[in-house]
Design a protein around this ligand. Structure first.
Ligand code: FAD
Ligand code: DHB
Length: 385
């Protein structure tokens, strides 16, 4: 079989890239190891920055997002018994949207623009330095297949084979804490997200809809989610998020999902080798604080789709040659922002660190310059930054 772009991975990066290529007149085939149902139901990101929403709208994927998503003006920062609101609209003129990655994924599947082969195995990349690269795999029936392409897009996350096909340098930071995340069938106790610094550790109150809340607690690495009873989770969330502070109340509800996520920063450079281009988590991982992972994947494939359309349709490789450098500018900005949010809000047990964190939090909530810096990064820099 032959296609112009072989895309490995049908997460948001792979499916959106295929959608954008189709719109640009370039055909692609997407290979995915998991089933369509599994990919669609993975609970992950929840926040889209303004430029992601603008892009999805521009390419025909914004209708349900704008009808069912929830636009937020900003966030709350809670520390030292006080809650402070940062208003991104006043500070930067930009907003963020609560709209789950599961919903983005459903919209991409509903668009029907991607030709996806689910439940494939043994995906391998070949001859990526030549102008005739190809991918081999076993299809869902176990039959060996070969996919020839003009270019390969590695959108297969941090454990896929594409990263290994790119001989490169990587930069990494592993954090000494994880998140215990829950999904609960209860309406949010807040109108906008609350990021809380507390001597017991970080907590975050997020949401998915008017009836579903998503909350996180900082826990030590290696924590077994089963070691936290539902009651203990709600009690600790209440303490860290400031239940009782100025009359605010956290309303608990039935927990429907509980998991522990380790935290890591990782950047692979360059993001291209020969005819393989990496995008999304295949090229970089950020710790979740600040909600950048999905947004970065969207920004990468926006750049990559334009580069591949120019190259494969018009023979102009200028943007493809610049792709890695262009994408990495934004990747490093978001890597810094995610590291900064993470290290400002998670307690390390060191009293000196705690004083620096509180000083930093006071600065971002009292200085217009400090607040604007956070807001500009959180609400997202324009595509092309
Ligand atoms: P993925 O979504 O990982 O997709 C990669 C795909 O490749 C998968 O479907 C995988 O099955 C497939 N694959 C793997 N190996 C192979 C193979 N050998 N062959 C074929 N296919 C393969 N980001 C935000 O922006 N905001 C948030 O609020 C946020 N919250 C998060 C909360 C959690 C709990 C987690 C885990 C992540 C969160 N993120 C968030 C990060 C975000 O979910 C990821 O950055 C995003 O999923 C990246 O998309 P992707 O398509 O690059 O990778
Ligand atoms: C969510 C995750 C984040 O990492 C974040 O900073 C905000 C929200 C979420 O899953 O809703």
């Amino acid at each position: 079989m032959r296609t112009q772009v072989a895309i490995i991975g049908a997460g948001p990066a792979g499916l959106l890239l295929s959608h954008l290529l189709t719109r640009g007149g370039v055909d692609s085939v997407v290979l995915e190891t998991r089933s369509q149902e599994y990919v669609a139901s993975r609970i992950r990101a929840g926040i889209l920055e303004q430029s992601s929403v603008d892009l999805l709208t521009e390419v025909g994927l914004g209708d349900r997002l704008r009808a069912e998503g929830d636009e937020h003006r900003g966030i709350y920062l809670n520390f030292a018994g006080e809650r402070h609101h940062l208003d991104f609209v006043d500070l930067t003129g930009r907003t963020v949207w609560v709209y789950g990655q599961t919903e983005v994924q459903k919209d991409l599947v509903a668009a029907g623009t991607a030709d996806v082969r689910y439940e494939v195995t043994e995906v391998a990349l070949h001859d990526v330095e030549s102008d005739k690269p190809y991918v081999t795999y076993l299809d869902a029936d176990g039959v060996a297949q070969r996919l020839d392409a003009g270019a390969i897009a590695g959108c297969d996350g941090s454990f896929g084979p594409s990263r290994q096909a790119v001989p490169s340098e990587h930069f990494e930071r592993v954090y000494p804490y994880s998140w215990l995340g829950i999904l609960a069938d209860v309406g949010p106790s807040t109108d906008e997200l609350i990021y809380a610094w507390h001597p017991n550790g970080f907590a975050l109150h997020s949401m998915r809809s008017p009836t579903v809340s998503r909350l996180y607690l900082q826990v030590p690495n290696g924590t077994d989610p089963a070691s936290w009873s539902d009651e203990r989770i709600w009690e600790e969330l209440a303490v860290r998020l400031g239940h009782g502070q100025d009359g605010w109340k956290l309303t608990p509800g039935p927990i429907t999902d509980k998991s522990v996520l380790p935290m890591r920063s990782y950047v692979q450079t360059p993001m291209r080798h020969g005819r393989v281009f990496l995008a999304g988590d295949a090229a970089h991982i950020v710790p979740p604080t600040g909600a950048k992972g999905l947004n970065l994947a969207i920004a990468d494939v926006t750049l990559l789709s334009k580069a591949l359309v120019d190259w494969l349709r018009a023979g102009d490789s200028t943007a493809a040659d610049a792709y890695s450098d262009d994408a990495l500018r934004r990747v490093w900005r978001c890597t810094h922002f995610s590291w900064w949010m993470t290290t400002m809000l998670h307690t390390s047990g060191d009293p000196f660190d705690a004083q620096l964190q509180l000083s930093q939090l006071r600065w971002v909530t009292s200085s217009n310059a400090g607040a604007t810096g956070l807001a500009e990064n959180y609400a997202g820099l324009p595509i092309g930054f």
